[in-house]
Design a protein around this ligand. Structure first.
Ligand code: RIB
Ligand code: CA
Length: 310
């Protein structure tokens, strides 16, 4: 039984990315090697700055942060201001970042870290998959060296940006297609499970009394939950990216099903749709472990307990 999983978090902070990063830091099952950032919820400059600001807040200015792709492979750059605000991390009052990112492109840093010979690496990708696609292009050997990729993205059912598509896949569908067509061991943590594990005001109240990280997560929740209340009329907010991180910490939180998944890179109406052949009707290569069930109570309990420890 392995004791610790070496993890790199590729992210676009983003409220739920920030919570996922904190969860990874707080979990002894993981050795978090660092974070790579990508444009998505906000510009690369802001997502990178936000990752560093979150790490500063919990005294982890030692953890490497490397900036990656500033735009999707093909599509026009997008942001998610309605979901995360102008800064990408609206709500909490965090000081400016204490440092710059590492002076190496994320794709090169990822390529070296994954082939460093120290041990297998799991990549948790919670933003558009642009960095991961570029990584495969620049370092093709990663396809056999990377232990697995756990992607927060996609949906068997309804999307959240369009009826067809979830934001991370929609933002860079060509990158997602490249990743899902590769030989990587992919787990897709989609909206089907993340929307079934809503953080509530009770969780935020509990966290608010639990130290610096707890207060930060409660403040992140306050902003993010207002978005979801306004948009979906829900009294709670999904913590999409933290579900992907939690799956690496405790794989039993999710049930997955090996399916063929193809990404729609067509015109706007179905752009970014993750077509999941859940019942094996087509002769698609089974290329992805798709999350189909979540133990929401155990996930939220793990999240609150671990953040409180940080
Ligand atoms: O659709 C949810 C995803 O989009 C999450 O990664 C969130 O951070 C947003 O980027
Ligand atoms: Ca994200």
């Amino acid at each position: 039984m392995r004791t610790v999983t070496r993890v790199i978090h590729d992210c676009d902070p983003g409220h739920d990315d920030a919570i996922a990063l904190l969860l990874g830091l707080a979990s002894p099952e993981l050795d978090l090697l660092g974070a790579s950032t990508v444009a998505g919820n906000q510009s690369l400059e802001l997502t990178t700055s936000n990752a560093i600001r979150v790490l500063d807040h919990v005294g982890r200015a030692d953890l490497p942060v490397c900036a990656g792709a500033a735009r999707p492979l093909v599509r026009e750059p997008v942001t998610n201001v309605s979901g995360h605000g102008e800064s990408g991390l609206d709500g909490p009052d965090l000081p400016p970042p204490s440092r710059s990112p590492e002076p190496v492109h994320a794709v090169d840093w990822l390529g070296r870290a994954i082939s460093d010979g120290v041990g297998p690496v799991t990549l948790v990708a919670t933003g558009p998959l642009t960095n991961v696609a570029l990584l495969l292009a620049r370092y093709p050997e990663v396809e056999r060296q990377l232990e697995r990729v756990v992607v927060m993205g996609g949906a068997i059912g309804e999307g959240n940006v369009t009826p067809a598509a979830e934001f991370n896949i929609w933002a860079d569908p060509e990158a997602a297609a490249r990743v899902f067509e590769s030989g990587l061991d992919i787990t897709m943590v989609g909206l089907d499970v993340t929307y079934r594990a809503l953080m509530t005001p009770a969780h935020a109240d509990e966290l608010r009394g639990d130290g610096r990280a707890g207060r930060l997560v409660a403040d992140l929740y306050e902003f993010y939950s207002r978005v979801h209340r306004r948009r979906f009329g829900r009294n709670g907010a999904p913590v999409h990216d933290a579900v992907a991180m939690a799956h690496v910490i405790d794989p039993t939180l999710l049930d997955t099903q090996l399916c063929g998944v193809k990404i729609d890179t067509g015109p706007e109406l179905s752009r970014g749709r993750t077509n999941v052949d859940r019942w094996g009707r087509l002769d698609w290569r089974p290329n992805c472990h798709v999350a189909v069930e979540i133990d929401a109570a155990r996930f939220l309990d793990l999240l609150v307990r671990r953040i409180a420890r940080l």
